[in-house]
Write a protein that binds this ligand. Structure first.
Ligand SMILES: [Cu+2]
Length: 126
């Protein structure tokens, strides 16, 4: 009975390691933010992704919307600007440098969101 439990533990450990290796090696799936006609408008309004992950905004609403970095209007850098995204349209963003990006909809200024891009995990080798 004791040996069986030990075996089960080893199997679980192996499955865990395989799952971890698969996650570490695979290209991350795009992070999806859904546009909505009501608050919070961008769901989730506050999103955090790691650098290298693609972000996709999908628009299931009946209206046109934009995803525009606040810097395009009042900052020195315009990191992204989707232009009009039609109903059932989408906007994909890749390769954003790490940082905090506040953005809004140019057509509906009440729509606001924050995208955080975090630095890749630091690996130390000795
Ligand atoms: Cu809008």
């Amino acid at each position: 009975m004791k040996a069986m439990r030990k075996h089960a533990y080893r199997v679980l450990l192996a499955i865990g390691l395989i799952a971890f290796a698969a996650t570490a090696g695979a290209v991350p799936a795009p992070f999806t933010i859904t546009l909505e006609s009501t608050s919070p408008y961008y769901e989730p309004a506050y999103a955090s992704v790691s650098a290298g992950s693609a972000v996709v905004w999908v628009n299931p609403t009946a209206s046109y919307h934009t995803i525009q970095h606040d810097g395009c209007e009042d900052g020195p850098v315009c990191a992204f600007n989707s232009g009009s995204v039609a109903p059932n349209g989408r906007y994909v963003l890749e390769h954003l440098p790490p940082g905090e990006y506040r953005y809004h909809c140019e057509l509906h200024p009440i729509m606001r969101g924050v995208l955080i891009v975090t630095s890749p995990a630091v690996t130390t080798e000795s």
